[in-house]
Design a protein around this ligand. Structure first.
Ligand code: HEC
Length: 288
Protein backbone atom coordinates (compact mmCIF):
# COMPACT_ATOMS: atom_id res chain seq x y z
CA UNK A 1 0.00 0.00 0.00
CA UNK A 2 2.76 2.48 0.96
CA UNK A 3 4.66 1.54 -2.18
CA UNK A 4 1.65 2.29 -4.29
CA UNK A 5 1.06 5.64 -2.57
CA UNK A 6 4.76 6.52 -2.93
CA UNK A 7 4.61 5.63 -6.61
CA UNK A 8 1.59 7.82 -7.19
CA UNK A 9 3.15 10.78 -5.39
CA UNK A 10 6.43 10.35 -7.28
CA UNK A 11 4.54 10.24 -10.57
CA UNK A 12 2.53 13.36 -9.76
CA UNK A 13 5.66 15.28 -8.78
CA UNK A 14 7.37 14.22 -12.00
CA UNK A 15 4.39 15.28 -14.11
CA UNK A 16 4.24 18.61 -12.24
CA UNK A 17 7.90 19.31 -12.94
CA UNK A 18 7.50 18.43 -16.62
CA UNK A 19 4.42 20.64 -16.96
CA UNK A 20 6.16 23.57 -15.25
CA UNK A 21 9.19 23.03 -17.47
CA UNK A 22 7.24 23.08 -20.70
CA UNK A 23 4.63 25.75 -19.95
CA UNK A 24 6.18 28.25 -17.51
CA UNK A 25 9.35 29.82 -18.94
CA UNK A 26 12.47 29.87 -16.75
CA UNK A 27 11.15 27.60 -13.95
CA UNK A 28 13.51 24.77 -14.73
CA UNK A 29 16.86 25.83 -16.14
CA UNK A 30 18.60 23.59 -18.61
CA UNK A 31 21.65 24.10 -20.84
CA UNK A 32 22.35 27.64 -22.09
CA UNK A 33 21.24 30.66 -20.09
CA UNK A 34 18.22 32.25 -21.76
CA UNK A 35 19.70 35.75 -21.59
CA UNK A 36 23.05 36.23 -23.23
CA UNK A 37 25.03 39.35 -22.29
CA UNK A 38 25.79 39.59 -26.00
CA UNK A 39 23.02 40.78 -28.27
CA UNK A 40 21.33 42.57 -25.42
CA UNK A 41 22.06 46.24 -25.90
CA UNK A 42 18.32 46.59 -25.67
CA UNK A 43 16.94 43.53 -23.94
CA UNK A 44 13.38 44.36 -24.93
CA UNK A 45 12.94 43.26 -28.50
CA UNK A 46 10.21 44.50 -30.78
CA UNK A 47 7.54 41.96 -31.64
CA UNK A 48 5.18 42.16 -34.59
CA UNK A 49 1.63 43.12 -33.59
CA UNK A 50 -0.18 39.83 -32.99
CA UNK A 51 3.09 37.86 -33.12
CA UNK A 52 4.30 35.52 -35.84
CA UNK A 53 1.97 32.94 -37.35
CA UNK A 54 4.35 30.16 -36.27
CA UNK A 55 4.48 31.23 -32.59
CA UNK A 56 2.97 29.03 -29.91
CA UNK A 57 1.90 25.41 -29.70
CA UNK A 58 -0.45 25.54 -32.69
CA UNK A 59 1.85 27.64 -34.90
CA UNK A 60 1.49 27.46 -38.68
CA UNK A 61 3.41 28.91 -41.62
CA UNK A 62 1.81 31.80 -43.46
CA UNK A 63 2.94 30.86 -46.98
CA UNK A 64 1.99 34.22 -48.47
CA UNK A 65 4.23 35.83 -45.88
CA UNK A 66 7.11 33.44 -46.54
CA UNK A 67 6.90 34.25 -50.26
CA UNK A 68 6.96 37.97 -49.49
CA UNK A 69 9.94 37.41 -47.16
CA UNK A 70 11.75 35.59 -49.94
CA UNK A 71 11.10 38.59 -52.18
CA UNK A 72 12.65 40.92 -49.56
CA UNK A 73 15.66 38.60 -49.24
CA UNK A 74 16.10 38.44 -52.99
CA UNK A 75 15.66 42.14 -53.73
CA UNK A 76 17.44 43.56 -50.68
CA UNK A 77 19.50 41.26 -48.47
CA UNK A 78 21.04 39.02 -51.14
CA UNK A 79 23.20 41.96 -52.25
CA UNK A 80 25.40 41.21 -49.24
CA UNK A 81 24.22 37.94 -47.62
CA UNK A 82 24.29 34.39 -49.00
CA UNK A 83 22.25 31.39 -47.79
CA UNK A 84 24.50 28.42 -48.39
CA UNK A 85 22.29 25.85 -46.61
CA UNK A 86 19.16 26.63 -48.62
CA UNK A 87 18.74 25.17 -52.12
CA UNK A 88 16.48 26.66 -54.77
CA UNK A 89 14.48 23.41 -54.83
CA UNK A 90 13.53 24.05 -51.17
CA UNK A 91 11.38 26.95 -52.40
CA UNK A 92 8.80 24.38 -53.51
CA UNK A 93 7.87 24.12 -49.82
CA UNK A 94 6.70 27.75 -49.97
CA UNK A 95 4.05 26.84 -52.51
CA UNK A 96 5.89 27.47 -55.78
CA UNK A 97 5.46 24.86 -58.52
CA UNK A 98 8.39 22.92 -59.95
CA UNK A 99 8.37 25.08 -63.09
CA UNK A 100 8.28 28.28 -61.06
CA UNK A 101 11.24 27.09 -58.99
CA UNK A 102 13.19 26.24 -62.15
CA UNK A 103 12.50 29.72 -63.56
CA UNK A 104 13.31 31.35 -60.23
CA UNK A 105 16.63 29.49 -59.95
CA UNK A 106 17.55 30.51 -63.50
CA UNK A 107 17.19 34.18 -62.51
CA UNK A 108 20.21 33.79 -60.20
CA UNK A 109 23.81 33.25 -61.28
CA UNK A 110 26.13 30.88 -59.49
CA UNK A 111 29.84 30.17 -60.04
CA UNK A 112 30.44 27.49 -62.67
CA UNK A 113 32.96 26.28 -65.22
CA UNK A 114 32.99 27.11 -68.89
CA UNK A 115 32.27 23.77 -70.61
CA UNK A 116 34.77 24.48 -73.40
CA UNK A 117 37.71 26.31 -71.83
CA UNK A 118 37.25 25.06 -68.26
CA UNK A 119 37.65 28.55 -66.90
CA UNK A 120 35.60 29.81 -63.95
CA UNK A 121 32.52 31.69 -65.09
CA UNK A 122 29.01 32.37 -63.87
CA UNK A 123 26.04 30.27 -65.02
CA UNK A 124 22.29 30.38 -64.34
CA UNK A 125 21.42 28.38 -61.21
CA UNK A 126 19.63 25.00 -61.27
CA UNK A 127 17.02 23.99 -58.66
CA UNK A 128 19.66 21.77 -57.04
CA UNK A 129 22.07 24.69 -56.47
CA UNK A 130 22.28 26.55 -53.18
CA UNK A 131 21.81 30.30 -52.72
CA UNK A 132 25.21 31.77 -53.54
CA UNK A 133 27.20 34.30 -51.56
CA UNK A 134 27.42 37.59 -53.45
CA UNK A 135 31.17 37.66 -52.79
CA UNK A 136 33.82 35.26 -54.14
CA UNK A 137 35.52 35.01 -50.72
CA UNK A 138 35.74 36.50 -47.23
CA UNK A 139 38.42 39.05 -48.16
CA UNK A 140 36.22 40.48 -50.91
CA UNK A 141 33.22 40.48 -48.55
CA UNK A 142 35.10 42.40 -45.88
CA UNK A 143 36.64 44.79 -48.40
CA UNK A 144 33.15 45.79 -49.54
CA UNK A 145 31.76 46.23 -46.02
CA UNK A 146 34.14 48.34 -44.00
CA UNK A 147 35.99 45.18 -42.87
CA UNK A 148 32.83 43.61 -41.39
CA UNK A 149 31.64 40.23 -42.65
CA UNK A 150 27.95 39.97 -43.59
CA UNK A 151 27.06 36.55 -42.10
CA UNK A 152 25.37 33.80 -44.10
CA UNK A 153 21.66 34.14 -43.27
CA UNK A 154 20.54 30.47 -43.59
CA UNK A 155 20.68 29.84 -39.83
CA UNK A 156 20.78 33.36 -38.41
CA UNK A 157 17.45 33.12 -36.54
CA UNK A 158 18.85 30.06 -34.73
CA UNK A 159 22.18 31.74 -34.05
CA UNK A 160 20.66 34.60 -32.03
CA UNK A 161 18.45 34.36 -28.93
CA UNK A 162 14.78 34.85 -29.86
CA UNK A 163 15.94 34.95 -33.50
CA UNK A 164 12.75 35.90 -35.34
CA UNK A 165 12.04 38.86 -33.07
CA UNK A 166 15.74 39.77 -33.11
CA UNK A 167 15.90 40.10 -36.89
CA UNK A 168 12.57 41.94 -36.85
CA UNK A 169 13.99 44.39 -34.26
CA UNK A 170 17.41 44.74 -35.87
CA UNK A 171 15.84 45.83 -39.15
CA UNK A 172 14.02 48.61 -37.28
CA UNK A 173 16.75 49.49 -34.79
CA UNK A 174 18.29 52.38 -36.73
CA UNK A 175 16.99 55.21 -34.56
CA UNK A 176 18.37 58.31 -32.86
CA UNK A 177 20.02 57.20 -29.59
CA UNK A 178 18.17 58.26 -26.44
CA UNK A 179 19.90 59.64 -23.31
CA UNK A 180 19.68 56.18 -21.77
CA UNK A 181 21.23 54.61 -24.85
CA UNK A 182 24.11 57.08 -24.72
CA UNK A 183 24.74 56.30 -21.04
CA UNK A 184 24.71 52.56 -21.68
CA UNK A 185 26.94 52.85 -24.74
CA UNK A 186 29.39 54.90 -22.71
CA UNK A 187 29.43 52.19 -20.05
CA UNK A 188 30.07 49.51 -22.72
CA UNK A 189 32.91 51.59 -24.14
CA UNK A 190 34.61 51.62 -20.70
CA UNK A 191 33.61 55.16 -19.78
CA UNK A 192 34.70 56.83 -23.00
CA UNK A 193 32.26 59.45 -24.31
CA UNK A 194 30.43 57.63 -27.00
CA UNK A 195 29.99 58.50 -30.65
CA UNK A 196 29.06 56.26 -33.57
CA UNK A 197 32.35 55.54 -35.37
CA UNK A 198 32.72 56.58 -39.00
CA UNK A 199 31.36 53.90 -41.32
CA UNK A 200 29.20 52.30 -38.63
CA UNK A 201 25.53 52.91 -37.82
CA UNK A 202 23.75 53.25 -34.50
CA UNK A 203 21.35 50.35 -34.04
CA UNK A 204 19.67 49.98 -30.66
CA UNK A 205 19.21 46.23 -31.09
CA UNK A 206 22.77 45.33 -32.10
CA UNK A 207 24.84 44.09 -29.15
CA UNK A 208 27.31 46.98 -29.05
CA UNK A 209 25.00 49.46 -30.79
CA UNK A 210 27.44 50.03 -33.70
CA UNK A 211 26.65 47.91 -36.72
CA UNK A 212 28.48 47.86 -40.03
CA UNK A 213 25.27 47.11 -41.94
CA UNK A 214 23.64 50.30 -43.24
CA UNK A 215 19.89 50.73 -42.67
CA UNK A 216 18.16 48.49 -45.21
CA UNK A 217 14.42 49.01 -45.18
CA UNK A 218 12.54 52.12 -46.28
CA UNK A 219 8.80 52.45 -46.90
CA UNK A 220 7.87 51.19 -50.38
CA UNK A 221 11.41 49.96 -51.02
CA UNK A 222 10.01 47.01 -52.94
CA UNK A 223 6.74 46.31 -54.72
CA UNK A 224 5.24 43.13 -53.32
CA UNK A 225 4.06 40.63 -55.92
CA UNK A 226 0.87 40.06 -53.92
CA UNK A 227 0.06 43.77 -53.61
CA UNK A 228 0.69 44.02 -49.85
CA UNK A 229 1.78 47.51 -48.80
CA UNK A 230 5.55 47.50 -48.25
CA UNK A 231 5.85 49.27 -44.89
CA UNK A 232 9.08 48.84 -42.93
CA UNK A 233 7.31 46.71 -40.28
CA UNK A 234 5.78 44.53 -42.99
CA UNK A 235 9.07 43.88 -44.76
CA UNK A 236 10.89 43.32 -41.45
CA UNK A 237 8.25 40.83 -40.34
CA UNK A 238 8.16 39.02 -43.67
CA UNK A 239 11.93 38.64 -43.96
CA UNK A 240 12.18 37.43 -40.32
CA UNK A 241 9.48 34.84 -40.98
CA UNK A 242 11.32 33.75 -44.12
CA UNK A 243 14.62 33.45 -42.23
CA UNK A 244 12.86 31.42 -39.53
CA UNK A 245 11.74 29.01 -42.23
CA UNK A 246 15.24 28.77 -43.76
CA UNK A 247 16.71 27.98 -40.33
CA UNK A 248 14.07 25.42 -39.38
CA UNK A 249 11.81 24.34 -42.25
CA UNK A 250 10.38 21.56 -40.05
CA UNK A 251 9.30 23.91 -37.23
CA UNK A 252 5.57 23.50 -37.81
CA UNK A 253 5.81 19.77 -38.50
CA UNK A 254 7.73 19.41 -35.23
CA UNK A 255 4.95 21.10 -33.27
CA UNK A 256 2.32 18.92 -34.90
CA UNK A 257 4.35 15.79 -34.14
CA UNK A 258 4.38 16.92 -30.50
CA UNK A 259 0.58 16.87 -30.36
CA UNK A 260 0.49 13.47 -32.04
CA UNK A 261 3.00 12.07 -29.52
CA UNK A 262 0.99 13.42 -26.57
CA UNK A 263 -2.16 11.84 -28.00
CA UNK A 264 -0.37 8.53 -28.51
CA UNK A 265 1.03 8.54 -24.98
CA UNK A 266 -2.45 9.18 -23.54
CA UNK A 267 -3.78 6.28 -25.58
CA UNK A 268 -0.92 4.03 -24.42
CA UNK A 269 -1.58 5.05 -20.80
CA UNK A 270 -5.21 4.01 -21.23
CA UNK A 271 -4.16 0.64 -22.63
CA UNK A 272 -1.66 0.11 -19.81
CA UNK A 273 -4.33 0.85 -17.24
CA UNK A 274 -6.76 -1.60 -18.83
CA UNK A 275 -4.17 -4.37 -18.95
CA UNK A 276 -3.29 -3.69 -15.31
CA UNK A 277 -6.96 -4.21 -14.45
CA UNK A 278 -7.05 -7.41 -16.47
CA UNK A 279 -3.88 -8.89 -14.96
CA UNK A 280 -4.87 -8.24 -11.36
CA UNK A 281 -8.54 -9.13 -11.72
CA UNK A 282 -8.08 -12.80 -10.67
CA UNK A 283 -5.99 -12.01 -7.58
CA UNK A 284 -8.43 -9.40 -6.41
CA UNK A 285 -11.35 -11.77 -6.84
CA UNK A 286 -9.56 -14.44 -4.73
CA UNK A 287 -8.77 -11.94 -1.98
CA UNK A 288 -12.39 -10.94 -1.77
C1 HEC B 1 25.07 46.53 -48.07
C2 HEC B 1 25.24 45.19 -47.57
C3 HEC B 1 24.14 44.60 -46.72
C4 HEC B 1 22.82 44.38 -47.05
C5 HEC B 1 22.13 44.75 -48.36
C6 HEC B 1 22.22 43.70 -45.94
N1 HEC B 1 23.15 43.49 -44.95
FE1 HEC B 1 22.87 42.53 -43.21
N2 HEC B 1 24.82 42.81 -42.71
C7 HEC B 1 25.74 43.49 -43.46
C8 HEC B 1 26.99 43.54 -42.74
C9 HEC B 1 28.27 44.20 -43.23
C10 HEC B 1 26.79 42.85 -41.53
C11 HEC B 1 27.79 42.65 -40.38
C12 HEC B 1 27.54 43.74 -39.35
C13 HEC B 1 28.55 43.81 -38.25
O1 HEC B 1 29.13 42.78 -37.88
O2 HEC B 1 28.75 44.93 -37.72
C14 HEC B 1 25.41 42.41 -41.53
C15 HEC B 1 24.82 41.69 -40.50
C16 HEC B 1 23.52 41.22 -40.52
C17 HEC B 1 22.92 40.42 -39.48
C18 HEC B 1 23.62 39.87 -38.25
C19 HEC B 1 23.61 40.82 -37.09
C20 HEC B 1 24.23 40.14 -35.89
O3 HEC B 1 23.52 39.96 -34.90
O4 HEC B 1 25.41 39.76 -35.95
C21 HEC B 1 21.62 40.18 -39.85
C22 HEC B 1 20.59 39.39 -39.08
C23 HEC B 1 21.42 40.84 -41.10
N3 HEC B 1 22.58 41.47 -41.48
C24 HEC B 1 20.21 40.81 -41.79
C25 HEC B 1 20.02 41.44 -43.01
C26 HEC B 1 18.75 41.41 -43.71
C27 HEC B 1 17.50 40.69 -43.22
C28 HEC B 1 18.93 42.12 -44.85
C29 HEC B 1 17.89 42.41 -45.90
C30 HEC B 1 16.70 43.08 -45.49
C31 HEC B 1 20.32 42.58 -44.88
N4 HEC B 1 20.94 42.14 -43.74
C32 HEC B 1 20.89 43.31 -45.89
C33 HEC B 1 25.54 44.03 -44.71
C34 HEC B 1 24.34 44.03 -45.40
Amino acid sequence: MTIRLGGIIFGLVLVGVLLAWSFIPDTVKYSAPTKSPYYAFHEEKLKPAGGFSFDGLGGKWDYQQLQRGYQVYKEVCSACHGMKYVAFRNLEQLGYTEAEVRAEAASWSVPGLDPVTGESTMRPAEPTDYFPSPYPNEIAARAANNNALPPDLSLITKARPDGANYVYSLMQGYVEPTEEDLAKAKELAGGVEWETPVGLYFNEHFYNANIAMPPQLYPDLITYADGTEATVEQMAQDVSAFLTWTAEPSLVARKQTGWFVIGFLLFATGLAFLSYKQIWAEKKKKKA
